[in-house]
Design a protein around this ligand. Structure first.
Ligand SMILES: *Cc1c(COP(=O)(O)O)cnc(C)c1O
Length: 409
């Protein structure tokens, strides 16, 4: 009889978004006239930039001519895309990253899970609380944790609380951690990390032989010129960090699918015999074996992000979402709520009033204002008492949702 990976049975069956859907459906059935506005989901709403669409249309035509037709491409991505990424996203910011260290993929979500393939099973792993659930669940699936407790915390993982008290930046651990997940600008809190904060992490990682997984999916939303966009802006990060990037949030590729992972050739970890092994070699081997590259058409679309027109269009797109975030911040502040994030990120992290629970606040907003957000406790125990509002929506919906919330306050 075939057996299963029992670690999957430890997973808390996707509680957050199904529970939101259940409550929204029940409310909508009881109140069929209620004009519900959803500010809950982390998906973009505005159309793909013109430059990306035009490049993909041309690429489709390339596929129709046997002289320019493309079959399998390089598993790591086409050199013309990797070179533009290395030059414009990294070298232009003073980061010493070579095109050969860029691995193009179909998502930062899958890469941040797949990366565990090249690591051992005995590492101590730290995540923030609240957290992007992918980091936790992929470690559960890989058998790196024990079962979950009633708070939803898995045995064996180190949870680093991020709350208003520590400015939503985790304290540097006083114990040995081998793999550290950091996400800045942060989903769900919208918090950012200063160079000094990332430097402290890089110093910790170098002193402890740790690897930092740095998720920079929201890098394009950074408006403060003092903030680092990449962990490689920090001295020493080339020796201890892997960075995940995506075209999902900066260029609206959530449905088109293109992302990349940076693995510097200088990052090493230990083999069982005590020798140091380049992670680049293992990731290259892993991708060449299990992945066959992103479609030529989509990579041409991603390449257009780096054109002059593409850059102007994605700036406008990000500006639009950031204006939504500013409206949300201003209106919720006027309604007497404490808000965080939303300045260098598309998420506003709201403290629930009078210490009511995240789910009670969810119900209150749904019933009184017909607005749907995301309870902070769904991202981790330390998210209790907070609530995430997403700026990914039309201006009309944002204005209307805020009008309702302020008039109900
Ligand atoms: C949206 C998001 C990503 C991007 O994932 P893709 O698979 O590239 O769409 C990565 N990390 C975080 C934290 C995100 O919110």
């Amino acid at each position: 009889m075939a057996t299963i990976n029992d670690n999957y049975l430890k997973l808390k069956a996707g509680y957050l978004f199904p529970e939101i859907a259940r409550r929204v459906t029940a409310f909508a059935e009881a109140n069929p006239e209620a004009p519900i506005i959803k500010l809950g989901i982390g998906d973009v709403t505005e159309p793909l930039p013109e430059a990306c669409r035009a490049a993909m249309i041309t690429a489709v035509e390339d596929m129709g001519d046997r002289n320019s037709f493309k079959g399998y491409g390089p598993e790591q991505g086409y050199p013309w895309l990797r070179e533009k990424i290395a030059a414009q996203d990294f070298q232009a910011r003073g980061c010493e990253i070579d095109a050969s260290e860029i691995f193009v993929s179909d998502g930062a979500k899958c890469d941040s899970g797949n990366i565990l393939d090249i690591f051992g099973n005995q590492n101590t792993i730290a995540v923030t609380d609240p957290v992007y659930p992918v980091y936790v669940d992929t470690n559960v699936m890989a058998g790196h944790t024990g079962p979950a407790n009633e708070d939803g915390k898995y045995g064996g993982l180190v949870y680093m609380p991020i709350t208003a008290e520590n400015d939503f930046t985790a304290e540097i651990p006083d114990q040995q951690i081998d793999l550290i997940y950091l996400c800045f600008p942060n989903n769900p809190t919208g918090a950012v990390a200063s160079k000094a904060h990332l430097k402290a992490w890089v110093d910790y990682a170098k002193a402890n032989g740790s690897i930092i997984f740095f998720d920079a999916a929201y890098e394009a939303f950074i408006t403060d010129p003092e903030l680092p966009h990449s962990i490689y802006e920090i001295e020493g990060a080339r020796d201890c960090a892997i960075e995940f990037r995506s075209f999902s949030k900066n260029a609206g590729f959530t449905g088109t699918r293109c992302a990349f992972t940076v693995v510097p050739k200088s990052v090493k970890a230990k083999a069982a015999d005590g020798s140091d092994v380049e992670l680049w070699k293992l990731w290259n081997r892993r991708q060449s074996t299990k992945f066959n590259g992103v479609s030529y058409i989509v990579q041409r679309g991603a390449e257009a992000v780096y054109s002059e027109a593409g850059q102007a269009q994605i700036k406008a797109l990000i500006q639009f979402y950031l204006e939504n975030a500013q409206i949300i911040r201003d209106q919720l502040t006027a309604a007497g709520l404490a808000v965080y994030g939303g300045v260098n990120a598309p998420y506003v992290w709201v403290k629930t009033p009078d210490n009511i629970s995240s789910w009670d606040f969810f119900d209150k907003l749904l019933h009184n204002s017909n607005v749907v957000g995301t309870p902070g406790s769904g991202f981790g125990a330390a998210g209790e008492g907070y609530f995430r509002i997403s700026a990914f929506n039309s201006r009309e919906n944002v204005n209307e949702a805020m009008r309702r919330i302020t008039s109900a306050a």
